[in-house]
Design a protein around this ligand. Sequence first.
Ligand SMILES: NC(=O)c1ccc[n+]([C@@H]2O[C@H](COP(=O)([O-])OP(=O)(O)OC[C@H]3O[C@@H](n4cnc5c(N)ncnc54)[C@H](OP(=O)(O)O)[C@@H]3O)[C@@H](O)[C@H]2O)c1
Length: 378
Amino acid sequence: MPTSTSPHTALITGASRGLGLALARALAAQGWTLILDARGADALEAARRELAAHTHVVALAGDVTDPAHRQALAATARNLGGLDAVINNASILGPSPQPALLDYPLDVLAQVYLANTIAPLALLQAVRTHLRPNAHILNITSDAAIEPYEGWGGYGSSKAALEQLTNILAAEHPEWRVYWVDPGDMRTALHQQAFPGEDISDRPLPETSVPGLLALLTTDFPSGRYKARELNAATEIADAAGAGCELRVALTVPDFDAAARMYREGFGLPVTREWNTPEGRGMLLDAGRATLELLDSADSAYTDQIEAGRRVSGPVRLAFAVGDVAATAAALAAHGATAEGPPVSSSWGNPSQRLRAVDGMQLTLFHPPVEGEAEPEG
Ligand SMILES: NC(=O)c1ccc[n+]([C@@H]2O[C@H](COP(=O)([O-])OP(=O)(O)OC[C@H]3O[C@@H](n4cnc5c(N)ncnc54)[C@H](OP(=O)(O)O)[C@@H]3O)[C@@H](O)[C@H]2O)c1
């Protein structure tokens, strides 16, 4: 009998690094059950271990061009009770440096088409009976599908074929949401392979493209072609227009990379924007809904006493509602945070734990009260 551990389940191919892993982190933070694959078993297992702190994850190492592997993914989808989303993300570049078309080895071209064009369709054929009503399908494409970049004839034409295939799939299946999405240039292994020996540190991290993918997965945009980062901007504008204001907490951190890793990977917070200019570096992370809590010094000292056993907070402490306090604390500890004390069951009813972040910030992790339970007092 199929069992489902979360209301939402997604299958993401190529989720051991790059965009696939960044998206998996963001969905895990939202509690989606995940089925992930990649060929390299070690990197995939590392991703599974990290994400398992947040949600139920099944990782199957294998090649999307292998029919038996696709059947194994489909069987997993069936056992989990069906899929709300399929993200065909795994892709290969082909040779590096990329040859001009007249020099392109045709056996290699066939491999590129097999991985980038045929496998995404074959996977959808394999899981078609496990797609829930209104399933969302995202096929990751590229601007190389529509721009005639010299040397990009193999990879680019494989993505062009994927685009038209997805376009027709959308027409044939109005009951699903079918998207083909250009994530934009990203600082990943595939991009480095496309520009061998070049410094690609000015390219945005893949996390920058994730909010646009989340917007497609969690709302009801019409089927069609989208650019992930244009959706980011549209979503931010809509949010700002709807909410009227946004609380943004600006942290000045002594070790930017360590702090970025802990907040991004420990919590799985999606990066919505980042910059690296001669004036300095910065990054915006989507931390979900924000509220402002005001405490007098007595109440703040009382909270410190319960969570840390002594007075530790300055005027600012960050508190995050999480699904599983212990698992999130372990994920943060793996990225350099230190527990100030053991998990506690606070007198106002929330399991919580206090940590000191890599940037020195005091962090409270708390499990919000279950709906219908009494609201916390004080
Ligand atoms: N990076 C960019 O600038 C850029 C721009 C436009 C579009 N894109 C698209 O964005 C998507 C993600 O790319 P990325 O840059 O994140 O690439 P990446 O860092 O190279 O990651 C690719 C992922 O796919 C897996 N993979 C590759 N071939 C596979 C196969 N045959 N079967 C199963 N898994 C496979 C890789 O793991 P293994 O190697 O271990 O299998 C890895 O997990 C791709 O569709 C790419 O075409 C990227």
